[in-house]
Design a protein around this ligand. Structure first.
Ligand code: TYD
Length: 205
């Protein structure tokens, strides 16, 4: 039986998830909690290899369903190798993206259908559900602008404005879709966002 706590972060590219995760990790470590941090796609040797295949700009011919199945395969390995064992040991697991990313990016962004993506991922997550998902909301133009200032864009980020607009709308449609999803307005100072997240976490732990 699961004993730990699974915290996931979601949001469009450039929504600032990674910075907020760093701040939360530091906060929880200061409080003495043992944190396991991981990310999707990736987080294990095999999943990082799958990540490289998915995000490689050279793989422009990749079929959308191949992309969806690779994300699910990466996730299956991560759940099995890292997330479930850590939860069994009572640890707090923070994951940068989880199954909602597939529902939004592949289901809605790639038009494969949210239900089809949920079905594909059922086997991958094996019944696992986050205790809380922070969904950082930011207009997609703003997010990609931030990203392209940091580094060159990968295959997913290069998927065009229409795709990213659907991703943004997909995320907005997830708000209120499950009791564990909490929307966080990411168009504020880092500190304001962090304080909001910490307040919610302190009610949980
Ligand atoms: P991420 O590592 O969060 O991006 P970054 O390198 O900017 O930190 O995610 C990589 C990309 O993969 C991102 O564009 C979102 C996309 N993605 C999906 O399309 N489906 C998924 O299931 C996941 C987990 C990510």
């Amino acid at each position: 039986m699961k004993k730990g706590l699974l915290i996931t972060f979601e949001g469009p590219d450039g929504s600032g998830k990674t910075t907020q995760i760093e701040l939360l990790k530091a906060y929880l470590s200061r409080k003495g909690f043992e944190i396991v941090f991981t990310r999707e796609p990736g987080g294990t040797k095999i999943s990082e290899k799958i990540r490289n295949i998915i995000l490689d700009n050279d793989n422009s011919e990749m079929a959308d369903m191949c992309e969806a199945l690779l994300y699910a395969a990466s996730r299956a390995q991560l759940v099995n190798e890292v997330i479930k064992p850590a939860l069994m040991e009572g640890k707090i697991v923070i994951c940068d993206r989880f199954v909602q990313s597939s529902i939004v990016y592949q289901g809605i962004g790639r038009n494969l259908g949210a239900d089809r993506i949920k079905n594909i991922n059922e086997a991958a997550i094996d019944g696992l559900k986050p205790d809380i998902t922070f969904l950082l909301t930011i207009p997609f133009e703003e997010g990609l602008k931030r990203k392209s200032k940091q580094r060159s864009l990968d295959r997913l980020e290069n998927s065009g404005d229409e795709f990213h607009k659907r991703v943004y709308e997909g995320y907005m449609s997830l708000i209120n879709s499950a009791d564990y999803i909490t929307a966080i307005d990411a168009n504020r100072s880092l500190e304001d966002i962090h304080n909001h997240i910490v307040k919610i976490i302190n009610d949980l732990i």
